[in-house]
Design a protein around this ligand. Sequence first.
Ligand code: DOR
Ligand code: ZN
Ligand code: ZN
Length: 351
Amino acid sequence: MLKLPGLIDPHTHLREPGGTHKEDFDSGTAAALAGGFTIVCGMPNTTPPIVDAASLIIAQRALNAKARCDVGIYLGATPNNIATARTLAGQVSGLKMYLNGTFGTLKMDAMDAIIAHAAAWPADKPLLAHAEQHTCGLAILAAHLAGRSIHICHVSRKEEILLIARAKDKGMQVTCEACPHHMMLSTEDIPRIGTARADVRPVLASPGDVAALREHIHVIDCFASDHAPHLLGEKDGPNPPPGYPGLETALPLYLELVRDGVIDLDGLIARCHTNPRRMFGLPVQEDTWVEVNEDAEWTLRPADTHTRAKWSPWEGARFKGQVARVVLRGVVAFRDGVVLAPPGFGRNVSL
Ligand code: DOR
Ligand code: ZN
Ligand code: ZN
């Protein structure tokens, strides 16, 4: 048995409010525990988006009632909530700026709004950006001009990881995350997965981009699943939304990176526990750990998963390494495929 600390996923979409047919705090945190995660942070691109006090309270109440593991909440940035965001900083784990189009309505195009948010958001609170290609450069510059840090979400391209590496070398305060799918899948996998199902933002990149991420793993501060559940009917329908569920496949894929020699076990623990805890100001969870049966081989069957998405780009794949037990604050929260922690057991770690 491999014993790991409670894993942290700093980038998930738990869909509450407004998208609870895809996921809610109950099903999303059940998926988290099944995947070995004891803290997940939820993104604000919900319906309504989490951008002010009223929408934040809706999410906080649902979290309190339904979460089975601990959860952090991010606030979303809009051109109009620069002052409001600042007043809510003490109640969230960070401010997320969407600088490219993706699922939901949160997107900021105006450069002055991006620069104003970077200047106004408290310097000791995480500022995160969905920032691809050119906007990655803009996000780093906006933070640098404000004399503060920035976290670049789901880096997927060679040009982005090289830019971030150079910015770090220059002493700029930049951190970044990478997702399992961008480190393991490329455009070559799209025919097998199917074009609509394979759609994700950032899109799957070239094999050269994947290789660049793996070669620059030392630049990647943490891993994140970007768990983005959508129903199969939606993915296979006329307007397929981008995104994959990821919480229940992330750890076996990270263990594959260890077997491939991309990282060692300490590097995995750093990127899935120590670093995200520090970067996002998350609390220590006492008496909390995950037991992984390292040698267990298993096949991913969507029907066995806890997410409401009930599909995966990895369905049918053989994985090595299975979560056997999760202990959260001294309580067995997951054992042998069964989530035992009840709704309401999870805490809001943003407060
Ligand atoms: O593929 C994605 N899905 N990328 C995002 O940025 C958003 C996410 C979602 O919320 O579905
Ligand atoms: Zn994103
Ligand atoms: Zn996301």
